[in-house]
Design a protein around this ligand. Structure first.
Ligand SMILES: [Zn+2]
Length: 248
């Protein structure tokens, strides 16, 4: 085990350390490494629990609130046919991801569960060691604008949206969009497009509206998503699967 990894393990374990005599892992006493004899020398080896802690670290870096971290496929409401369909499509997106490197677009009105399935997809990808970051569109735009006073700060802010292997932009194009906003959005989408870094995008806008908004941005997004465009359309197949009650 090299020094860097050892230091990292130490740091990780310190961050998560519980009370002194109540160890989460008895084997390594929450150090993240154990000492074993190798050729008469005592060497540090990562403990079995280290991978678990790494997964935890990844999850804490993805910018999801605790409430959001609970949104998985299992607890996604499937009362309607269109919800079942949406869930299956998103699951398929996840299972194809390592080959397709595709983006995902979730289109629908507020309250239809787009965000829930977007997060469920994110958590699934994180499980497979793919780094994902969550960002709410309006917060992103505000944070970028606030950062422009200081060049270094601005670069750091932009990197947040450019660097992550996958980014989930929630509520894309929500609210009023200014010319200035378009420049930032263009830079983010275009850079990610050129670097083949996928996105999960949830939006109330239709694909036509996204393309009308900006042809280059729109067409890049559509191209990156391919067939992974999912409509949360409660009107298309509006019959309940369970708890069906007749109101007429
Ligand atoms: Zn351990």
């Amino acid at each position: 085990m090299d020094k860097n990894l050892l230091n990292r393990a130490k740091k990780l374990m310190e961050q998560m350390s519980v009370t002194q005599d109540n160890y989460e892992c008895e084997k390594c006493r929450d150090l993240g490494y154990v000492f074993v004899m190798e050729d008469k020398y005592e060497v540090a080896k990562p403990c079995d629990c280290f991978a678990k802690k790494q997964a935890f670290e990844k999850l804490s870096k993805c910018s999801l609130s605790d409430a959001f971290k609970k949104k998985n496929f299992k607890n996604y409401d499937c009362n309607y046919q269109w919800q079942v369909k949406a869930k299956h499509q998103v699951l398929k997106f996840c299972s194809d991801f390592s080959n397709s490197n595709s983006s995902l677009i979730l289109i629908g009105k507020p309250g239809t569960g787009k965000t829930h399935l977007g997060i469920a997809a994110m958590l699934k990808l994180l499980d497979g060691n793919i780094t994902c970051k969550y960002v709410e569109y309006n917060n992103m735009i505000v944070s970028i604008k606030q950062s422009i006073i200081d060049e270094k700060n601005h670069m750091r802010e932009m990197e947040k949206y450019l660097n992550s292997r996958v980014i989930f932009i929630d509520d894309f194009l929500n609210g009023k969009t200014t010319e200035e906003d378009i420049n930032y959005i263009y830079r983010i989408i275009n850079t990610r497009y050129l670097q083949q870094k996928p996105m999960i995008i949830s939006t109330e806008k239709s694909l036509d509206e996204i393309i009308d908004f900006d042809e280059v941005v729109g067409s890049r997004i559509v191209e990156m998503a391919g067939e992974n465009v999912i409509y949360f359309d409660e009107n298309s197949e509006n019959h309940r699967l369970r708890n069906f009650t007749k109101n007429y």
